[in-house]
Design a protein around this ligand. Structure first.
Ligand code: NQM
Length: 294
């Protein structure tokens, strides 16, 4: 019996919503294949293989044109699997790496050549052992031109992280809005604190993503069709239309107990971005500006 987890739907439905031509799935991962790209010895989860062939087949099934592949914590700071998937995408993928803060200029340049356009700081204690803010800040000051920093944290440490985020000299992209409690609604304390962060700098972007995580039954939410998520998030997209990018989060790390249907995730898009203009900004303009500026 394999102790490796499968956290993605075997047969996702076809969404009712058709993404516009050029739409970007701007938050997804690849896992392995492990035989070629072993997982980190520090990995907090051991997934089954979910390689570029499956990712690109899902992209086509859902009607997207491009992917931004975000290094998953199970691969640590070895970005080989992410780089391999980008290389196999025929120019249809870019990426976000996780690096050792001591990384050299030459190694950063090589990542840029491999399609990387940002680095990720993960502050979830269930995913990483440590997150040295001082070392993260140092490397954020010497990134290749045009890069940004992706940050993943939970709402209860947003205030603590503010001075750190304020000091980062490049644009920020906040994964899953910093995981607000969507049952609080659009005007709850978590969303208010997140809006204050967005209002503090014009170069902070966010991903209105992961209803399956933020409105999960096991997290106290109501589950698919994630109505609390839609109610809490739509006003945020409406108020910050030039600052948001969207993603499936496939293969949905750690969601093996409540696996989302990717077709249903895509059908959340018109509920949080109800006009063609908002959908174009969310799915094309904003991710193109961050990941395909060159
Ligand atoms: O996939 C996500 O965005 C969320 C994750 C996994 C993750 O970030 C990682 O493994 O790097 C999570 O909450 O477990």
């Amino acid at each position: 019996m394999s102790d490796r987890i499968t956290s993605w739907h075997p047969n996702p439905s076809k969404p009712n919503f058709t993404p516009p031509p050029g739409a970007v799935d701007a938050h997804c991962h690849v896992f392995g294949p492990m035989a070629q790209f072993p997982f980190s010895p520090k990995a907090k989860y051991l997934p089954e293989d979910a390689g570029p062939d499956k990712l690109f087949a899902l992209r086509d099934h859902l009607g997207f044109s491009k992917n931004v592949i975000v290094q998953a914590s199970c691969h640590g700071t070895d970005n080989s699997a992410t780089l391999d998937a980008i290389a196999k995408s025929n120019g249809k993928a870019r990426g976000v790496a996780v690096v050792d803060p001591a990384i050299s200029e030459a190694e950063l340049a090589a990542l840029h050549d491999g399609g990387i356009r940002g680095i990720r700081f993960n502050f979830l204690k269930r995913l990483v052992d440590n997150a040295p803010k001082d070392k993260f800040l140092e490397v954020s000051k010497r990134l290749p031109a045009g890069w940004h920093v992706v940050i993943y944290f939970e709402a209860d440490i947003l205030a603590e992280l503010r001075p750190f985020m304020d000091a980062i000299p490049v644009p920020l992209v906040i994964d899953h809005m910093g995981r607000p409690d969507v049952t609080q609604g659009p005007d709850g304390p978590d969303m208010k604190a997140f809006r204050a962060l967005l209002d503090s700098r014009p170069d902070i972007h966010f991903k209105p993503t992961c209803p399956d995580r933020l409105d999960a039954i096991k997290e106290g939410g109501k589950g698919d069709p994630w109505n609390d998520f839609a109610s809490a998030v739509a006003p945020l997209v409406a108020d910050y239309p030039d600052r948001c990018i969207w993603g499936t989060d496939w293969p949905h790390p750690n969601m093996q107990d409540e696996v989302p249907d990717d077709g249903h995730l895509v059908d959340m898009i018109p509920r949080i971005a109800p006009t063609e203009e908002l959908q174009r900004k969310l799915l094309i303009d904003n991710p193109e500006r961050l990941y395909w500026a060159d």
